[in-house]
Design a protein around this ligand. Structure first.
Ligand code: GTP
Ligand code: MG
Ligand code: ZN
Length: 289
């Protein structure tokens, strides 16, 4: 299995030994979580010949708008947000669509709950309620106050999960808390910009003591979906699904077509205006930002 995907590709054998591998055909995209057909070359190196079929694949668009895999064979995508850096609901929506299209279960995690003001309905807390209302799993954690960590560990047991989200929300801190012997480098949140330094640079897979794997990924400022059609996007908004197929036009994009069931649901308050606006922005931009 591929456990690290950055400058080098690290492959782990069944005994847990790591080999620095090159990919035989460079058209092959190998990512963390991939199972590969490979052969050792000496004691520490190896060659990857082929990638086994993937159950799931999390994808994004790169700066040249090419669809790229981020991780493979994941069961669950933990979308991590925090009160700092500032919460970005549209980014969470894009990750939710990517998770739906990948066939992986999303879980929305708001970390740094110690920084939430319990008196105010501030953004990340409110967002958790919004996502819970449409049926997504949600979790509130604090590495600093050591809260929500047991529930997180339970959610991770015996599955392969990836942590995604903005830089500085505490993805690596959560992994360090779950696997204290690791001591991954953690970035300092710079006060000036409120933006975390990009400390995590490679996507890395860790084994959890209670069974299961957890992949840390570098934080993003922006996450752009890979190639999608309006129909893909509509399916990616799970609360739209009961209404898809009920519009007057079969190929309704739910933008300004007459007799649109999705828009009618929004007007009735069943679908939130904010989520429909996210969808509209994705269809119009088709690049995710
Ligand atoms: N107050 C508070 N700070 C936290 C918590 N968890 C992490 N932090 C801090 O947030 C900062 C960023 O943490 P990281 O774990 O490096 O964040 P990351 O998401 O891995 O960032 P990238 O690797 O850049 O994507 C560090 O200064 C942490 O100490 C928390 O629960 N509460
Ligand atoms: Mg990190
Ligand atoms: Zn419609």
């Amino acid at each position: 299995m591929v456990v690290n995907y950055g400058k080098a590709v690290l492959v782990e054998d069944d005994a847990g030994c790591l080999y620095r591998c090159v990919v035989r055909r460079n058209l092959l995209q190998v990512v963390s979580g991939d199972r590969v057909d490979w052969e050792p070359v000496g004691a520490t190196d190896g060659v990857i010949n082929a990638v086994e079929p993937r159950h799931t694949v999390l994808q994004r668009a790169d700066s040249a708008n090419r669809t790229r895999a981020l991780a493979a064979n994941i069961d669950q995508i933990l979308i991590v947000a925090a009160p700092q850096p500032a919460h970005d609901a549209f980014l969470i929506d894009r990750y939710l669509v990517a998770a739906e299209l990948a066939g992986a279960t999303p879980l929305v995690v708001v970390n740094k709950s110690d920084l939430l003001d319990p008196q105010s309905a501030d953004a990340p807390g409110g967002a958790l309620r919004e996502y819970a209302a449409i049926g997504y799993g949600t979790l509130l954690t604090s590495v600093r106050e050591d809260s929500g960590i047991d529930k997180l560990a339970q959610a991770l047991a015996n599955r392969t999960s990836i942590l995604v989200g903005q830089s500085g929300v505490g993805k690596s801190s959560l992994i360090n808390r779950l696997l204290p012997e690791l001591d991954i480098l953690i970035g300092k949140l710079s006060d000036a910009s409120g933006q975390g330094r990009h400390t995590t640079t490679a996507t890395t897979l860790y084994h959890l003591p209670q069974g299961g794997n957890l992949i840390d990924s570098p934080g993003v400022r922006d996450f752009r979906l890979g190639e999608t059609t309006p129909a893909d996007l509509a399916r990616g908004f799970r609360e739209f699904r009961p209404y898809l197929g009920l519009c007057r036009f079969q190929d309704c994009r739910h933008l300004s077509e007459p007799d649109c069931a999705v828009k009618a649901a929004m007007r009735k308050g069943v679908i939130s205006e904010r989520r429909l606006a996210s969808y509209t922005q994705l269809v119009n931009g088709r690049i995710g930002s």
